[in-house]
Ligand binder design. Structure first.
Ligand code: HEC
Length: 263
């Protein structure tokens, strides 16, 4: 290049033009990215979004519930953050929803849809014979049930009165004291969505997960225990009754509307 043409002013201007163009390009890209933000498209996206929403809700409920504790009337202490985090972690691990939870999220005709249909067929209406509500309850079963209740207690509270923001009461609950199949199916499949208990509407952030890892005998004892504690009075639950519903394990969590009306 002819050095006489090397005009610093021109170079300076050209540089700023280039800079301006570059910046403009960035702004346009930014606007495009913002306006083009898509709604979640795939089932995985939807599941991921709901997982994050769930996480937010659980975190909120947990910290509201546990970061401050009333140790005696009018005296509140702050619970150590690490204790709160540990508890939140436990709850989240326990309630982590599966990627595809509801039959309507499943693409028809796929293997997943077929296995859900298959499971639903196996879960054809089961008939259970209710045990005599007036028969005396075996104290050994009550003891065993009390031990198993430690699991339920984490959410439903030591006296079955429920925990605000976490789980509804079992004491006096029509779902507990009503038809035996309701508490059996709830524990085998889990329960989510709005539910009315003792005239109060609950819509809790996290569903109850299935506790089907407990054996028929363990579930029978814990259900006998909750049906006959804190003023509850209902027939004992037998391992045979629980076994009759085992076929439902693995099906999506129940909603209150899937249960037998307790009224
Ligand atoms: C991780 C917390 C958690 C644990 C552990 C848990 N539940 Fe639940 N339970 C819930 C929630 C949340 C609901 C309300 C579900 C809904 O939103 O529809 C519920 C609802 C119920 C209901 C129906 C509503 C009512 O209040 O009567 C029964 C019965 C029940 N649980 C029994 C049990 C038993 C028995 C155990 C122990 C084997 C247990 N739960 C363990 C959270 C839990």
């Amino acid at each position: 290049m002819d050095p006489s043409q090397d005009n610093p002013t021109v170079r300076f201007k050209a540089f700023f033009w280039a800079l301006a163009l570059f910046a403009l390009f960035g702004v346009v890209l930014g606007i495009l990215a913002l306006t083009n933000r898509k709604q979640p498209q795939t089932l995985e996206d939807i599941a991921a979004v709901s997982r994050y929403e769930n996480l937010d809700k659980v975190n909120g409920a947990q910290s509201a519930q546990f970061s401050y504790k009333e140790v005696e009337a009018g005296k509140t202490v702050q619970v150590k953050p690490q204790d709160v985090f540990a508890l939140v972690g436990q709850k989240l691990a326990a309630t982590k929803p599966s990627a595809v939870e509801k039959p309507e999220q499943v693409i028809p005709g796929t293997a997943a849809a077929k296995s859900i249909e298959e499971a639903a067929k196996n879960a054809a209406p089961v008939k259970v014979v209710e045990t005599d509500p007036n028969a005396p309850i075996d104290p050994a079963v009550m003891d065993a049930g009390k031990t198993e209740y430690a699991l339920c207690q984490a959410c439903h509270g030591p006296d079955g009165n429920g925990v605000p923001g976490l789980a509804p009461p079992l004491a006096g609950s029509e779902w507990v004291n009503g038809p035996v199949e309701n508490p059996i199916r709830i524990t085998l499949r889990g329960l989510g969505g709005p539910i009315e208990v003792k005239g109060v509407d609950y819509n809790l952030p996290a569903p109850m997960m299935s506790v089907a890892h407990l054996s028929d005998a363990q579930l029978a004892s814990v259900l006998t225990y909750v049906r006959n504690s804190w003023g509850n009075k209902a027939s004992a639950v037998t391992a045979e009754q629980v076994k009759a519903f085992r076929g439902e394990v693995g099906l999506p969590a129940l909603q209150a509307s899937d249960l037998k009306s307790p009224h």
